[in-house]
Structure formats: structure tokens, C-alpha cells
Design a protein around this ligand. Sequence first.
Ligand code: ADP
Ligand code: ADP
Ligand code: ZN
Length: 214
Amino acid sequence: MKIIMLGAPGAGKGTQAKMIAEKCGIPHISTGDIFRANIKNGTELGAKAKGYMDQGLLVPDELVCDLVVDRIQQADCEKGYILDGFPRTIPQAKALEEALNAIGQKLDFALDIEVSDEHIINRMSGRRACVGCGATYHVIFNPTKVEGVCDICGDTLILRDDDKPETVEKRLEVYHSQTKPLIDFYAAENILAEIDGTQSMEKVFEDIMKILGV
Ligand code: ADP
Ligand code: ADP
Ligand code: ZN
């Protein structure tokens, strides 16, 4: 099963993608996680991406597309995958389509998790990310057992720099102008499914499982 996740920053794409990946036994591929890992490891790609990310802007398409096209051709993607945070622009969607056509594959589902901008601002200020393993929590909706400590690896939790309100507003603007057009793009391909992302995490997951027929 080949799935892409659509939705505003903070809509719950990562949260749901991890659960789907586990349930379906397919890899979760998050471009945001890939960039953050590159920044942490001090790579050239990380250095190029950081400036854009800190400003709430998208990293240029040419830094993203080849990376994803390579990743989805690795052995663990044979049974499928979930792309989380890619594509984010029409040129990225077209690059993905072209690459898939070339290897005789096609996407099965584009899941759009819908959450209004007002909700997003609240959600993001409560998001906490683990500096060790990248796991994501929420101070109210998905708290850790011990405050500030990752349940999975025991490392420290932080508020991501780009989750501060000023940057979130910029990211929402970028979402509306550059990413939202993908909803019509995938509706035209007949693979779009829309999910109400303001429900509880469990209910959102239940709705997704029905759509996937799992
Ligand atoms: P969120 O999950 O909150 O939407 P991500 O972790 O997906 O955030 O992305 C964080 C940042 O990484 C984005 O604001 C952007 O700068 C960069 N990024 C991630 N994926 C892409 C992509 N496909 N194209 C361009 N930039 C990206
Ligand atoms: P995205 O990957 O789309 O940026 P995340 O999955 O990281 O979004 O979720 C953003 C924040 O909202 C996180 O702190 C997460 O724990 C929380 N969250 C995710 N889904 C829900 C939900 N259905 N209800 C409340 N909070 C949620
Ligand atoms: Zn951790």
C-alpha cells in the first residue's frame, strides 16, 4: 500500500503515519525527520535545509525530490510506504508521479487530515519533540509518563524552533499557498480521502483504517 499524508503543519500527519506504518508493516518516511536528522548530523544537506526550515519556508524542490525518489526504491519499500510531508508542492507531486510511472507503480491513497488554522496554532504550542529519537508528544493531548522525558528513549523533549507561534503562522501561509493545491491534484486522480482531524487521535485512526480497508 502506497500512501501519502496531506494536511497543514500540526494536523496530525506524523502521529497517524506512525500508527499506520506499525499496523500495516510498511515504512514511515518523513521528509521533516530526514532533514532534522541531517541537521543533527551536520551534513551538507542539513546545512542547506536549515535556513529555510527556521524561517518556516519550504526547502527547495530540488533538495527534496531525488532524496524521496531514491528512498522509495529501497528494499523495505517493496510492500509499500507512507510518505509524510512529501509532496508539499505541485512540482514535487509531479516529480513523484513521473518517478512512479517509470517503475510501473502508483499511489493508492492521499489522506488529507483536515484541521482549521485556529486549532493548529493551539496544537503546535503544545507539541514536544524528543531530541534523541524524534518522537512527538503533546503536553495535553499526548503527554509523556514523566514530564519532559521521552517515553521511548529517555532523552529530553523540546519545543521545536519552528513550532513557535510566529513561525507557525508563516508555515500556515506557505501551506495555503503551496501545499493546499495538492488536494485538488489528488482529487482529480481519484485517490483523495478527507478525514476530520479535530477528533481524538484514536477516532482519526479508526476513520483512516476504514478508508484503507484494514
Ligand atoms: P510538520 O510535520 O509540522 O508539517 P515537517 O516536519 O513535515 O513539519 O517539516 C518541517 C520543515 O521541513 C518544513 O517547514 C520545511 O521547511 C521542511 N520540509 C519538510 N518536508 C518538505 C518538503 N517535502 N518540501 C519542502 N520542505 C520540506
Ligand atoms: P504533523 O505531522 O501533521 O505536523 P503531528 O502528528 O506532529 O502533526 O501532531 C501535531 C501535534 O498535535 C503533536 O503534539 C501531536 O501530539 C498532537 N496531535 C496529533 N493528533 C492529535 C489529535 N487528533 N488531537 C489532539 N492532538 C493531536
Ligand atoms: Zn526519544
